[in-house]
Design a protein around this ligand. Sequence first.
Ligand code: SF4
Length: 72
Amino acid sequence: MQVKVERDRCCSSGQCVMTAPGVFEQDERDGLVTVRRPAVPAALSEDVRLAADLCPGGAIAVTEDDAPGTTV
Ligand code: SF4
């Protein structure tokens, strides 16, 4: 799984950091999300899917490794 964020859609709610702290963090300067691990380990994939579902800004995009057009 790969994860990307659109920082211009982030409203700094912090839900992703609480849901998947191993993958997301908030920039100390502006509170906006940053991705610590764009290539998500399998053990964290469910947490990242949940974070994407919960994100109020729709800022988190997840691509499954077996999706068409992606490289495994
Ligand atoms: S949950 Fe969404 S809006 Fe909130 S900090 Fe994370 S990316 Fe930003």
